[in-house]
Design a protein around this ligand. Structure first.
Ligand code: FE
Length: 356
């Protein structure tokens, strides 16, 4: 499927830019030469979205915005860092209006570099809980991901599980799998613990956790789930949507992996977000805000979150059956903006704890 449609949004995938998530369809343009003019990134009824989040179903979602408002959506997709470099390179002349990325730590990096302008919106204040948006409206959470525990129910009872903190206690020696400290999900987890418990306690925790590792960190979140299913570890810390993805997989062997493990949402579950902000140099900042508001409308929320088996950022949105089956849980109320602020300290702590 080509993502270019006559009436729908235009998607350009940066040559180097396709990230680790689901790959979008082939890049295509109307004229084939791909420059800004040919794509008509200017004009009043346009919004240019630079997105580090790319799913095949995005275009359908964005078409809904065009239908409602008459504003055409152009999507430039790429990896987070490449898109940021591109926006910086384009400078004052950048056609970019909206930046979408995953992980609050990455939103913070963009914020620190002065990429965003503040937006005030009653709609966004109403639709997005306070702890999932920047206090001055620099960025807004659009979907939520929970960092959960996946365990082997033949070796671990649910009663043994409680908090992330508890995984550092001696009874878990040689039983825990988690990916490397270079991964932003873990950096955000540790940054959140610093916010919650302070740096000293978090360092002691990190040392305890590392001493409980079943093996040296290797691979992404899915290999940790496989590690539990194969008996290499008894409990792993992973983002919930990787488990949901395995549960829904078309491959029987993926579903088998998912069936061998159970999910546990820690007592105060660490949440992260994907989110968006209006760029400081946005030529169409009003359209940009309108576009972000649209993404927080109930229908768009359901759709946007589901593409990656995430939880909507808004409350009261109907959940997909697999997410529903995970049951109720208590999400941490800490503002996700703390993750970026504490990230440098988190990395130092993980280094000192010898978390590879
Ligand atoms: Fe991920």
């Amino acid at each position: 499927m080509t993502l270019f449609r006559q009436l729908g949004p235009i998607t350009i995938a940066l040559a180097l830019g396709l990230g680790s998530c689901q790959q979008a369809g082939p890049s295509d343009t109307a004229s084939g030469n791909g420059d800004s003019e040919a794509l008509n990134l200017s004009g009043d009824k346009v919004v240019n979205v630079y997105s580090a989040r790319h799913y095949n179903t995005d275009s359908e979602l964005y078409e809904g915005f065009t239908e409602q408002t008459g504003i055409k959506v152009n999507i430039i997709e790429g990896k987070d860092s490449e898109l940021l470099e591109r926006i910086k390179g384009e400078g004052e002349n950048s056609p970019a209006d909206v930046f979408i990325t995953v992980d609050a730590g990455r939103l913070w990096r963009a914020e620190e570099e002065g990429m965003f302008q503040p937006s005030a919106s009653e709609t966004l204040d109403n639709n997005i809980p306070k702890n999932l948006r920047h206090p001055d409206g620099l960025w807004f959470g659009l979907s939520r991901r929970a960092r959960i525990m996946v365990y082997d129910p033949e070796k671990v009872t649910e009663q043994e599980l409680s908090t992330y903190e508890n995984l550092a206690s001696p009874e878990w020696e040689g039983r825990v799998c988690i990916r490397s400290s270079s991964n932003i999900y873990n950096q955000s987890l540790v940054a959140w613990l610093i916010e919650k418990n302070g740096a000293d306690e978090t360092e002691a925790w990190a040392k305890g956790l590392v001493s409980n590792f079943a093996r040296e960190p290797e691979g992404g979140d899915v290999p940790q789930i496989r590690g539990v299913a194969q008996g290499s570890c008894e409990v792993a810390v992973v983002n919930h949507y990787y488990l949901a993805r395995l549960l829904k997989s078309e491959k029987a062997k993926d579903r088998l992996v998912a069936k061998k493990v159970a999910a546990f949402f820690p007592d105060e579950t660490h949440m992260n977000i994907s989110g968006a902000g209006v760029l400081a140099t946005a030529p169409h900042s009003e359209n940009a805000l309108q576009f972000i508001e649209y993404l927080t409308s109930p229908r768009a929320q359901e759709f946007f979150a589901l593409q990656n088996n995430e939880f909507p950022a808004s409350q009261g949105i109907e959940l997909d059956p697999v997410l529903e089956s995970f049951g109720e849980f208590t999400a941490s109320p800490i503002n996700v903006g703390a993750y970026g602020k504490n990230s440098a300290q988190a990395i130092e702590i993980m280094d000192r704890a010898n978390w590879k």
